[in-house]
Design a protein around this ligand. Structure first.
Ligand code: IPD
Length: 284
């Protein structure tokens, strides 16, 4: 049977590449910083511009009213963040905005596509490295068209684990994040890393450079595409609580090369509460 979403997949790759070029060529004034939810949650004109370009191109191609869009900056502007059964595009225009602002060299465009609430494909373009990661459900994962697979390390003592701090600086959360990192470091593992973009972190797990990436506080758009890429590369994506099923809207996840590594990491994670992406918007 013909693949009903092959066109959409190919188009997503084209759009991500074009968006990456806009990011690479952004001028000084397009890096001017504004803030969103707090003083360290950054946004630039480029984030907004690139999201408009991506959603505009997708709407032009598939916009007969049947497709829905969840974009990081549109949600920040008050658009709903609800995943329905309709074909839905889930987009981050600039993942790693803080990196982008500081010239720290990892920035990605992330585009995922879900139908009946199931992720069909994901594309992550790490645009400063010019690495195009992509995966279509059941068809494997690729980086620059070469197949990729997760690491075969089973021994946590031989692993590199990735995590991030996010943007919540409350003492409770910062303490839990660092307490978790301390426990993982002391297992011991070979190292702890973080690229500053969740989408890229997941691709590092998918390509075998790291055994696991976990974070509480990410959003659905940060990890939707990466989740397909990790699974298609032979890995798994789980909830941080007891390794239950991954819930895209829960704002937390562990992605790993295998269950042994995932379970060992999950044992150390100190969970804290975050507001779900699909929670009703509180009226001010
Ligand atoms: C952020 C990055 C970062 C992660 C944050 C995300 P943004 O996305 O993915 O690695 O720690 O949780 O919000 O804000 O740069 O698009």
């Amino acid at each position: 049977m013909a693949d009903p979403w092959q066109n959409a997949y190919d188009f997503a790759v084209q759009v991500a590449r074009a968006a990456g070029a806009v990011i690479r060529n952004a001028g000084e004034d397009e890096i001017k910083v504004q803030t969103k939810s707090c003083a360290v949650d950054l946004v630039t004109q480029t984030d907004e511009r690139v999201e408009k370009i991506i959603i505009g191109s997708l709407k032009e191609q598939f916009g007969n009213g049947t497709h829905c869009f969840i974009g990081e900056e549109s949600v920040a502007e008050g658009e709903p963040c609800i995943l329905t059964d309709k074909p839905t595009w889930i987009i981050v225009p600039v993942d790693g905005t803080t990196n982008f602002v500081h010239g720290f060299p990892f920035v990605a465009v992330s585009i995922a596509f879900a139908v009946n609430k199931e992720l069909e494909f994901g594309v992550v373009y790490s645009c400063l490295e010019d690495k195009m990661y992509k995966a279509r459900k059941g068809k494997g994962a690729f980086c620059n068209d070469e197949p990729i697979k997760v690491s075969d390390v089973n021994d946590i003592n031989k692993s590199i684990i990735i995590s991030e701090h996010g943007t919540d600086r409350s003492i409770e959360k910062v303490t839990k994040i660092f307490s978790t990192m301390q426990k993982i470091l002391r297992i011991p593992v070979h190292g702890l890393r973080g690229s500053g973009t969740a989408a890229t972190n997941m691709c590092l797990v998918a390509s075998g450079a790291s055994e696991a990436f976990f974070e509480i506080g990410i959003h659905c758009w940060d990890v939707a595409a990466g989740a397909v890429i990790v699974k298609e590369a032979g890995g798994l994506v789980l909830d941080v609580d007891g390794g239950g099923p991954f819930d895209l809207m829960s704002r937390r996840m562990v992605s790993a090369n295998n269950k042994v590594i995932a379970d060992r990491i999950i044992k150390e994670i100190e969970i804290f509460q975050v507001v779900r992406d699909d929670a009703p918007i509180q009226k001010k």
